[in-house]
Structure formats: structure tokens, C-alpha cells
Design a protein around this ligand. Sequence first.
Ligand SMILES: Nc1ncnc2c1ncn2[C@@H]1O[C@H](COP(=O)(O)OP(=O)(O)OP(=O)(O)O)[C@@H](O)[C@H]1O
Length: 318
Amino acid sequence: MSEVLKLDGLAKSFAVGKRLFGGPRGMVHAVRPVDLVVQQGETLGIVGESGCGKSTLARMLVGLLPATSGRIEINGAPLDNADPSEFGKKIQYVFQDPISSLNPRKTIRQIMDAPLKRLHHIDRATRTQRISEIFASVNLREEFLDRYPHEFSGGQAQRIGIARALAAEAKILILDEPVSALDVSVQAQVLNLLADLKVRLGLTYLFISHDLAVVEAVSDRVAVLYFGSVVEVGPAEQVFAAPRHPYTRLLAQSAPVVGRPLSAPEGRESELPDPLNPPQGCAFKARCPKASEICGREVPPLAPVGGTDHLAACHHPL
Ligand SMILES: Nc1ncnc2c1ncn2[C@@H]1O[C@H](COP(=O)(O)OP(=O)(O)OP(=O)(O)O)[C@@H](O)[C@H]1O
């Protein structure tokens, strides 16, 4: 296996609450420095409650948001922040809400044609042929190409969203809650399609979701985000069957049923800390049954917890 994607200290802060005169009132550290490696052909699931930084991370990866610090490498080469077409050829984004992410005034053919034209500069006849091939690969009928986005059901629209990402010929797809907006029966079809495409086209996925059961079903490895940081990462079956971070255990306990989204688990305090006033030490300490004095003082580093590929950021791993 080879590394296709590497995040090195990738972080994003937002200045919030601008005063009329003077600078911002504070900084929100939406994503704190994240180090992650994704191997060719794997699906890395990213889970966490609302507000933990999933979308901010995803948007940095596809160049929709500039990082505050850190870098992104693809196949060993840094991605140039300044050149969106470089991002587009290597890494593509599949949105949660497929219909609203497609331009309502353009036919599906025009939507599919844009990345081929912009990123690959190939002639019209070749583009037409590529679009037909891609459309067939997501099991959609060719006649749909001349319709508009609003004419499709959620499941069909998500297939179109996937087809559009494939048109760019990127090998890495960021799937941001790709099935959350769909009915459960349609979810399974789209997940099967994604699994099939991954093998057929040699793709690598980052699968972001707050639905733990879906992430468990599709991921080889899982990274758990809490308050902008990775607090646990490891093989999916290990992380779910034997979580080492108390936060992961709370998540797993709170979502035992397929399709049930993560809700704030019961804890001593079931809220994320105030981003404008982050706590000292471990961000999870107020909700953690194992918290001790050191947790209030020192941020725990992400460190191996049995096996080199299973890491947790906890002073008292389970
Ligand atoms: N443009 C912005 N300006 C200020 N703060 C922001 C901005 N975007 C995100 N944030 C803050 O950054 C943190 C992470 O947000 P983000 O949307 O990445 O989380 P998320 O896990 O994707 O949540 P959700 O599942 O609800 O989309 C939150 O505290 C959020 O309020």
C-alpha cells in the first residue's frame, strides 16, 4: 500500500465577532493541527458530533477553504494552495445535499462537461463519450443527461453528484455525509455503488459522517474528531469494538442502531466546550468519567494504544 494523502499539521481558525473598530473578538480553532495519512484504496471514516470540525476539514482538503497552517500532500507532492485546478484533478468533493449542490439552471450534461473542459482540456467528442461512460458507471440512463437537477430524486441526484466528481478523474473523493439526506433503502444503494466504484476505479475515500453505523459499515480505518482534534484513530473494527478514548466509547454507546445519527451522548456535561473560550488541558475532561488532575493541565498527545496503528489522545486510555 502507498500513501496517497497526507495531512501534516493541517489547521483552520476563524476570526469571529468583528468589532466596528479594531480586530476580531476572538478566534475559533475549528480544526486544530491534524496529522493523518490515507493509504491508496482505503476508506478512512471521519466521525464526530456536529461542530467538531468535519466540514471545515473537508473543505480545506478540496481547496474550498485555505488552511491557516499545515500542509496537504498527495502522492508525496504538496498541493499548491493557489491553484484550484490542481486540487480538482486530484481530489473531489461529494456534497451532502446533492440537489442544492448542482446548478439548477444547467442540464446535467453541462454540469458534467464543466470539469472535463476546465481540468482536462479535451475535445468535445471525447468529452461526450467520457460523460456517457461515467453516467453508465453510476447506473444512470443516458437520457437523464439533458434534464435539470430538480427533476431527480435524492438518490439519483447523489449518483449525479458522484458522476460529477468522477468526471474530474480525481482518485481521491471526499464524501461529506453522502447518504445522510437519503432514505435508508436508497442509502444502501448509494453505498453499494460507492464500494463498487472504489474497486473498479482504484479510488480512495474520506468518508465523513455523524452516522456511526454507516461509517462503521464502510470504513477500513476511522478517525474520531472532537473539538477540532483527532482524539482516536485506528482500524474500524478495533475502534468500534474496543474504543480506547472515553469519547469514542460514549459515541459508540449513543448510536448502537444502524442509521441512528450521533447525538450528544450523556455525560457529565453533554456539550462541546465554548470555542471562544477553550478549556485548558484535555477538551473532553468536563464530560469524561476518567478525568483527573493531569487532564486539566496538559493536552494529551495522540499516541499508540496497543499496536502502532491504533492511537488515542488520552491520559487514561480505556
Ligand atoms: N466561517 C466560520 N466562521 C466562524 N466559525 C466557524 C466557521 N465555520 C465553522 N466555524 C466553527 O468551527 C467549528 C467547526 O465547524 P464545522 O462546520 O467544521 O463542524 P462540523 O463537524 O462539520 O459540524 P456539522 O456536522 O454541524 O456540519 C464550529 O465551532 C463552527 O461554529
